[in-house]
Structure formats: structure tokens, C-alpha cells
Design a protein around this ligand. Structure first.
Ligand code: UT7
Length: 334
């Protein structure tokens, strides 16, 4: 059986840091509230004129190619999980392929909000497992600052910009993407969404005046669904595969809220030292959080490590993926 192994990781966050102190000068909030409710201390914001989502991933993918010792011409496909593509169309995948010179590759964007990287990873792994392709890049990235209202304290303290990419290659060893459980419930769409800009409500002066082109979130409702569903699906993938908590090396939970992550680890019976976090530095980068965890902690990963990736987000979408790590990360890492 051919499996899809992650063989390299790249990531990028913008240089500009917006910390809790800075936010408290913009809206009625404070470091204590943000830290205790979410675990976030600072987030990165892309402020370079003319730069957007694709530019962050050009840097990430070039890092990944360098680590693996290949060129963009070797790539077959780039799948981008994002809700903040450079354009409504063409896809950010198209733009990235052009900017990095991946002339033999094609791809598309995939919209699943905070579960975007999980959906993209599951999709990319199928192209490898079928034997169709040898090198598929899977991206999770968002430039949330482009759709956040910095006068709305309920959302602006949470989100940030950034993301990363992984390379998938075939292996016949017992490594790589081992299993996934992905879920969706469109009935959740009214609790976390961007009302205007799509075909239901095309942008007009009025939609802009009413600030309908920004993210709207009913935080408590989303929290309640996230805390249950992310924990349950993570326990379910363990039960389905007869994995006990001692079999799990690392949990990489979507970085939306420290309390949701801890509830997930508890439900899995994992001690918190097996849970990797970086929410304090980047906030919630939506599709970007999981690849940013892989990028930040790559040096910890050893061949054969059992990694559980879990997320919950807008849609609602959620899920869990079991990855058996394929290489010694200590040679890389930051
Ligand atoms: O990644 C995609 C999925 N998203 C999530 O998983 C997010 C899930 N939701 C959450 O993480 C939490 O609901 C939030 C962090 C968004 C909010 O935390 P909360 O504990 O649910 O707060 P709340 O919305 O219930 O608000 C509690 C209080 C309110 O004041 P009153 O009515 O009790 O006086 C808010 O007005 O906190 C107030 N508040 C703030 N205060 C200071 C809301 N935002 C802020 C703020 N600073 N930024």
C-alpha cells in the first residue's frame, strides 16, 4: 500500500507584531482578559503594501523545497486551504504556482475555515495514495487581518496572519497519513461567517457601511460546539485505530482557544506536555495554525511518532487526522 508521507515543512508569519497592549489602545480590551480567555499574547499582521496570502506561502514553499533539495518544477500539485485567498478568483494555488515557477503543477483552493488544512491534507493524500502523483504540496494559510474589523473587540483580539506548507510524497513504509475523520454541519454557518462578498450578498456601498465584509462570530456558541466536537472526534480517531493515550506522541490542536485545546487533550487522556501550542505568539491564523505548529516544532518530531491533528471551525467543519511522522526533524527546526 502506498501512503502519503510528510517529507518537509515550511512556514511563514509576517514581521509585524500586534500585542495585547497594542490592541488595548485600539479597542476596549486588556491583556488580562485576552490572556485568560484565549491564551493569546500577540499575533502577526501582514502590513506590507501589495503583499497578500500567496506571498506568505511563496516564502514557506521555497523553504520546504530547499530543505528537501528539489525545485518548484518537481511539484505535481499545490492544494491551498484558505478563506482569505488573494482574489475571489483565480485561486491562490494558481498565483503561487506562477510566483514560484511550478510550471508542471496545478491545484486549487479549498475552503473549510479553521479545518482548511485538515481537509486539504486529506485531499492531497488521496492523490499520492492512488499513485497518481509523487509530490503534492498542501498549504494552510490565512491573512485574517484582511477580513477583521479592528473596532470589534469580540473578533479582533483572536485572529492573526500566517501559515505553512507540507510536502507529501509516497512511501511504502508504515508512515504518513494513516487515517482521518472529517465532518461538516452547514447549520453552523450563521455563527461564524463573513456575510457579504459572496453571491448571496455581493459587495455594495451598503454592505461596506454596515461592515458586513468582516468576520462575524458568536463566540460562546462556537466555543460550545468546538469544545465538544473537537474533543469527541479526537477520541474517536483513537478508538477507531486502537490507539491508547500512551501511543500518542503529540497532539496538534487548532489554535483557536487554549481552553478548547486543553479540553481536547483531557478527553483523549493525554497529559498537557504532549500538546503543542503556539497560540500565545500567533493567535488564531485559521487554516494556518496546524502547519505553523508543524513548522515551529519540527525539530521535536522523530520517525514513527504518532501525531494527532485536530480542528474545529466555521461552517461548522471539524475533524482529526492521524499522521505517523516520516523523518527525523532534529536536522531542521528553528
Ligand atoms: O477558530 C474557529 C473557531 N473559533 C473558536 O473556536 C472560538 C470559540 N470562542 C471563544 O474562544 C470564546 O467564545 C471567545 C474567546 C471568542 C470569547 O470568550 P468568552 O469567554 O466566550 O466571552 P464572551 O463572548 O462570553 O464575553 C464575556 C464578556 C462580555 O462582557 P459581559 O457581557 O459579561 O459584561 C463581553 O462583552 O467579555 C466581554 N468581552 C471582552 N472584554 C474585554 C468580549 N470581548 C472582549 C475583549 N476584551 N476583547
Amino acid at each position: 500500500m502506498i501512503r502519503a508521507a510528510i517529507t518537509a515543512v515550511g512556514g511563514h508569519v509576517p514581521d509585524f507584531i500586534l500585542d495585547n497592549e497594542g490592541l488595548s489602545k485600539m479597542v476596549d480590551t486588556n491583556d488580562e482578559w485576552i490572556t485568560t480567555r484565549t491564551g493569546i499574547k500577540e499575533r502577526r499582521i501582514l502590513k506590507v503594501p501589495g503583499k497578500a496570502t500567496s506571498d506568505m506561502m511563496v516564502i514557506a514553499i521555497e523553504e520546504l523545497l530547499k530543505k528537501r533539495g528539489i525545485t518548484a518544477m518537481d511539484l505535481d500539485m499545490i492544494i491551498v486551504g484558505t478563506i482569505t485567498g488573494d482574489y475571489v478568483f483565480p485561486s491562490t494555488s494558481n498565483v503561487i504556482c506562477d510566483k514560484i515557477g511550478a510550471k508542471n503543477a496545478w491545484g486549487y483552493d479549498l475552503s473549510a475555515a479553521c479545518s482548511g488544512f485538515l481537509y486539504a491534507l486529506a485531499t492531497g493524500s488521496q492523490f499520492i495514495e492512488t499513485g497518481r502523483y509523487k509530490k503534492v504540496v498542501v498549504v494552510g494559510v490565512d491573512m485574517m487581518s484582511s477580513i477583521i474589523n479592528y473596532e470589534d473587540r469580540a473578533t479582533c483580539v483572536i485572529f492573526g496572519d500566517g501559515g505553512g506548507a507540507v510536502l507529501l510524497e509516497p512511501t511504502e513504509e508504515d508512515l504518513g497519513v494513516k487515517d482521518f475523520i472529517l465532518r461538516a454541519d452547514g447549520a453552523g454557518r450563521n455563527y461564524l461567517y463573513q456575510a457579504a462578498g459572496g453571491s448571496l450578498m455581493p459587495p455594495t456601498h451598503e454592505t461596506v457601511e454596515k461592515k458586513l465584509h468582516y468576520v462575524h462570530q458568536e463566540g460562546q456558541t462556537v466555543f460550545k460546539h468546538a469544545v465538544v466536537n473537537m474533543a469527541e472526534v479526537s477520541a474517536e480517531i483513537m478508538e477507531k485505530n486502537n490507539l491508547s493515550s500512551s501511543d500518542i506522541t503529540w497532539l496538534l490542536p487548532h489554535q483557536a482557544n487554549k481552553r478548547i485545546c486543553e479540553a481536547t487533550a483531557n478527553r483523549m487522556g493525554l497529559s498537557l506536555d504532549k500538546m503543542l501550542m503556539n497560540i500565545e505568539r500567533y493567535g488564531n491564523t485559521t487554516s494556518g495554525t496546524i502547519p505553523l505548529l508543524l513548522w515551529d516544532y519540527e525539530k521535536l518530531f522523530k520517525k514513527g511518532d504518532n501525531i494527532i491533528i485536530s480542528a474545529f471551525g466555521g461552517g461548522f467543519t471539524w475533524g482529526s487526522i492521524w499522521v505517523k511522522w516520516a523523518y527525523d526533524g532534529s536536522q531542521y527546526g528553528k
